[in-house]
Ligand binder design. Structure first.
Ligand code: ZN
Length: 181
């Protein structure tokens, strides 16, 4: 396993439409190593999720969840540890919900982003097993944020009210200032 460099906003590789993971790659050692590296990288910085394009890999692969409370989002519900490939998101209903987001590719900042409150997400895991879940709230937000990375979208592109966008250490002085988003 190895820590990977996380690309920062401004890098054109964050703006690509990611390629689907090919069936031949499923269950293979290269994919397993990539996923292990992504978890190590995400956990190193207490991330809530990480998308392959954030480490420069042009693949439709995201990881998220911790199975335990995230120190950066201590009040958020626990999201199961998930590796999701070739995802498809379908909104359930039309309700939008605003919430604060940060991003490992946009360190030190947070902003309020509207997201679908409830979604269904479908895809496969690294062994090709089907994932099909209907979720809401924080879980739904994390999935939407990570899958946006696969379409070259960073959360600041979805901020509507820039009076609620700024530096974490200023907006949330109580929060661990050392922890970058
Ligand atoms: Zn992000």
């Amino acid at each position: 396993m190895a820590l990977r460099e996380i690309l920062k906003m401004g890098d054109p590789r964050l703006l690509r439409m990611a390629q689907p993971v090919a069936a031949q790659a499923l269950g293979g050692p290269a994919l397993r190593e990539l996923v292990a590296d992504m978890f190590e990288t995400m956990q190193h910085v207490n991330g809530a999720g990480l998308a392959a394009p954030q480490i420069g890999v042009d693949s439709q692969l995201v990881i998220f969840g911790s199975g335990q409370p995230n120190p950066r989002y201590p009040d958020a519900p626990v999201v199961p540890v998930t590796v999701l490939l070739n995802p498809v998101i379908t909104p359930l209903g039309e309700e939008l919900e605003e919430g604060w987001e940060g991003c490992l590719s946009v360190p030190g900042l947070r902003g309020v982003v509207p997201r679908w409150r409830r979604i269904r997400y479908q895809g496969i895991d690294p062994d090709g097993q089907t994932i099909d879940r209907s979720v809401e709230g924080f879980h739904a937000r994390v999935v939407q944020h990570e899958c946006d990375h696969l379409m070259g979208i960073l959360y600041p592109m979805r901020v509507r009210d820039f009076s609620r966008f700024g530096y974490t250490e200023v907006l949330f002085p109580g929060l661990d200032a050392a922890a970058d988003d």
